[in-house]
Structure formats: structure tokens, C-alpha cells
Design a protein around this ligand. Structure first.
Ligand code: F0G
Length: 411
């Protein structure tokens, strides 16, 4: 039997119990899957009959077998060999796992398909989250698909328009809180405690993490049952790095891979509590009161899954690094122009971090490296447009177009 367990005092809770924090010590929970059952499923290889996707791993998601899944076909995203970017950076074995290819354009869909399926399983009629944008876009879509009520709390002013448009068009009730993400999260945690009919779907919900761990599984499969030497991912609320690590460690315990990658988390300088803790060799995180960065998705000062993230980084002999807004935007443009992959600024933090770690001599040039790009560039077109040359206005005449191109007109 799988169960939920407190990461601190190891108190156990049933898989159907709606509980977000340990009732004894208030720490966060994780799902422990039934390892014996999982290993026997792996031996049969039945999961291979389903194409690469989150639900290929249904047996490892702790969802009841009678439950209908709420899905929009998530996961199965490309792992792109990045030869040109590798050449630019002097690396021989670089890969991009592009999560912008998910249904709503970010990795959040992996967690939401499982989280909203669990919500339906426990009979929830109203789901809620706080979000810097992508979580709200994803939850709104899956709630629409499941025909349940959805409320999202977002920080005022600082959310990319693509994401806001998604939450709105899918019919969520959008509350723009006069404060930052951390304050909005605080409200939804309290709301879900006070009003038990509202089901909380921030990454504090361990079933979100279960869905997101498929990112780690998929990378191993796409590398022919090998883990990379290093996995680089942007870190905000710190659910994703924890989830990917869970995926890798489970695949290792299943006997499907024989080594584990160094987990490497990247944060923006102005929102970097976890990177600061790792660099200071501390196992405690000091929250940042007023987080700031152009990468609004990761503008988070008090990451809820900080303990899981620090464990993942330390257990894997990984590291964390900070990058400036300028480095993030340069990396976004570089990736778009040498690999044809358009990602939002937060996602480009993984590429900016990679560049910095090479510069600092932390990364060996022949490491097999996977950078996760977490969200599509169209989520935040305004930032991209600001960085690029403006379109050239021309008269609707061939000569004007040729002139603009610097091509001589035939006389
Ligand atoms: N990249 C993108 C594009 C994100 O939207 C987020 C988080 C992250 C990275 C960081 O992942 O929080 O698991 O460490 N976005 C959340 C949201 C907070 O509300 O959409 P994390």
C-alpha cells in the first residue's frame, strides 16, 4: 500500500486522506509508493505499452485503479540534443528537456493531471491555488476539463499576460492579491484549512509532486535507461526539483538506472533563498521579504518545499547557483536563436546557470547535462518583444522591401 508521510517526523496518513501538513509537527508530506508492487510492475514491463507520458506511469501515481483520469495528454515532451548550444558553451553532451511542449505550456500540467484526478477521486468540487502564473493557467484548464469550480490567487501587477489570459479563458475566478506570491500562498493555505470543501492544489499537495516526478522518469527513458550526470532546473517554490529527484531515485530503486544525477538548482539573484543556503552550507533557508526578478515565475521569497529541495541537492552531490536578470535574458535569446527553442525567462535561468557554472569551473565539459526548460516563451511575449529589434515598417512595394533587406533592385 502506498501512503503519505511527513518528511520530518514520518507520521503516516492514508492515500485518500485530505491533509496538507503533518498534524503532529506541521511539516510537509510526501507520497511513499508501494515499492514491492512497483518493482513487480516494472518487471512485467506493461507500462511500456503506453506512449511516453505522465499516465504511462499510472501504476506509480497512487491513484485508485477505478478513478477516471483528468487528462489533456501531458508529458512525453522532447529531450532535444543541443549540439549548437553545446558548441557555443564548449560542451559535448548537452540536452534540453522542453516542458513548454505540455498542453498549457509548462511542466505544471504533469502535476495538475494527477492533482486534479486526485481532487475528483476525493470528491472535491472546488479547487484553489496561489500562483506566479503557470500553476493557475494549468489548474484552470484541468478544473474546466473536470467540470469543477476553480479559484486562483495571483500577485498583483507582476504576472505575465499569457498566463493570466489562460486562467481567465478557462473560467477560473481570478483574485489579484495586493501583495506578492508568498502572501497569496499564505492566504490559500489558510483558506483550505478553514474551508474543508476547498481542495488545495499548490505543490504542497504531494500528488502534484507525484505527477511531476514523471519528468525524471521520462529523461531516463529518453536516454535509454540512463540518468544524466547533471540535471539543471530553475527553482521557485522548489516543488519541481524535489519531484524530479523523486523520479530519479524511484527509477534507481526500480533497478532501471544504475546512477543518479547531480541536481543543480538555479535561482534569480533577487529571489534566491535556497541558493544562498546551499552556498552557505546551511540546512536552513532565510526567506527573502521582497523577492524581485524579471523571471516572474520564480519571484518567490519563501519556498514551501525548501527542505525537500535542499535534501535533493545535498543527497545528489549537486549544487545551486544564482543568475542576474541580464544573464537570464541573454540566455533566453541565445537558446531561441541557436536551438530554435523559445522559453520564458524563468526557464532560461537553467541555461544562464549552466553558463555561470562552466565559467566558475564547476562543470566538466564532457558531462552529460540535461537542462529543463520549464515554460513556453509565449507565456510572456512582452519581455521577449522588449529585448528584440523592432519590426521595420515598409511601404507595400517590392522596392521598399528589397531596400529594407539590402538587396539591390534589378534595373
Ligand atoms: N519555471 C517556471 C516557468 C515556473 O512557472 C515555475 C514555478 C518554476 C520554474 C519553479 O518551479 O516552483 O516548482 O520550484 N511556478 C509556480 C507558479 C510557482 O505558480 O506557476 P518550482
Amino acid at each position: 500500500m502506498s501512503y503519505q508521510e511527513c518528511i520530518n517526523c514520518h507520521a503516516k496518513y492514508g492515500i485518500e486522506e485530505v491533509v496538507y501538513f503533518c498534524k503532529k509537527c506541521k511539516d510537509i508530506l510526501e507520497v511513499k509508493i508501494d515499492m514491492d508492487k512497483a518493482v513487480s510492475v516494472v518487471k512485467t514491463g506493461v507500462y511500456k505499452n503506453v506512449p511516453l507520458s505522465v499516465w504511462r506511469y499510472r501504476e506509480f501515481m497512487s491513484i485508485h485503479e477505478a478513478t477516471n483520469v483528468v487528462t489533456l495528454s501531458e508529458g512525453g515532451t522532447g529531450l532535444h540534443r543541443s549540439r549548437r548550444l553545446g558548441e557555443v558553451l564548449g560542451l559535448t553532451d548537452l540536452w534540453i528537456k522542453n516542458e513548454g511542449e505540455n498542453p498549457t505550456g509548462s511542466f505544471k500540467d504533469r502535476g495538475m493531471t494527477v492533482g486534479v484526478t486526485k481532487a475528483v477521486e476525493v470528491g472535491a468540487k472546488h479547487v484553489i491555488c496561489a500562483s506566479t502564473g503557470n500553476t493557475s493557467a494549468s489548474l484552470a484548464a484541468y478544473a474546466a476539463r473536470a467540470d469543477i469550480r476553480c479559484t486562483v490567487l495571483i500577485p498583483s501587477g507582476k504576472i505575465a499576460y499569457g498566463k493570466l489570459s489562460q486562467a481567465m479563458i478557462h473560467g477560473a475566478k481570478v483574485l489579484q492579491v495586493q501583495g506578492n506570491f508568498d502572501e497569496a500562498l499564505d492566504f490559500v493555505l489558510k483558506l483550505a484549512e478553514k474551508h474543508r470543501s476547498i481542495y488545495l492544489l499548490n505543490s504542497i499537495n504531494p500528488f502534484r509532486i507525484e505527477g511531476q516526478k514523471s519528468l525524471g522518469y521520462e529523461i531516463c527513458e529518453q536516454l535509454d535507461y540512463n540518468a544524466p550526470d547533471r540535471l539543471i532546473v530553475p527553482v521557485g517554490n522548489a516543488g519541481n526539483i524535489s519531484a524530479i529527484w523523486k523520479g530519479f531515485t524511484e527509477f534507481y530503486k526500480f533497478g532501471l538506472i544504475s546512477k543518479l544525477p547531480k541536481m543543480t538548482g538555479i535561482q534569480a539573484v533577487g529571489s534566491a533563498p535556497i541558493a544562498k543556503a546551499i552556498k552557505g552550507h546551511s540546512d536552513k533557508v532565510v526567506p527573502v521579504a521582497e523577492p524581485e526578478t524579471v523571471a516572474t515565475a520564480i519571484r518567490i521569497g519563501a519556498p514551501v518545499s525548501w527542505k525537500k529541495a535542499i535534501n535533493a541537492i545535498n543527497e545528489s552531490y549537486g549544487t545551486a547557483e544564482t543568475v542576474t536578470d541580464e544573464e537570464i535574458l541573454d540566455a533566453q535569446k541565445l537558446l531561441a536563436q541557436v536551438e530554435g527553442i523559445f522559453v520564458e525567462p524563468a526557464s532560461a535561468a537553467s541555461i544562464a546557470g549552466l553558463k555561470k557554472l562552466i565559467r566558475n569551473g564547476i562543470i566538466n565539459k564532457d558531462e552529460k547535462i540535461v537542462c529543463v526548460t520549464t515554460g513556453h516563451g509565449l507565456k510572456d511575449p512582452d519581455t521577449a518583444i522588449k529585448m528584440c529589434e523592432k519590426p521595420i515598417e515598409v511601404d507595400a512595394e517590392m522596392s521598399a522591401i528589397e531596400n529594407a533587406l539590402g538587396i539591390r533592385e534589378n534595373m
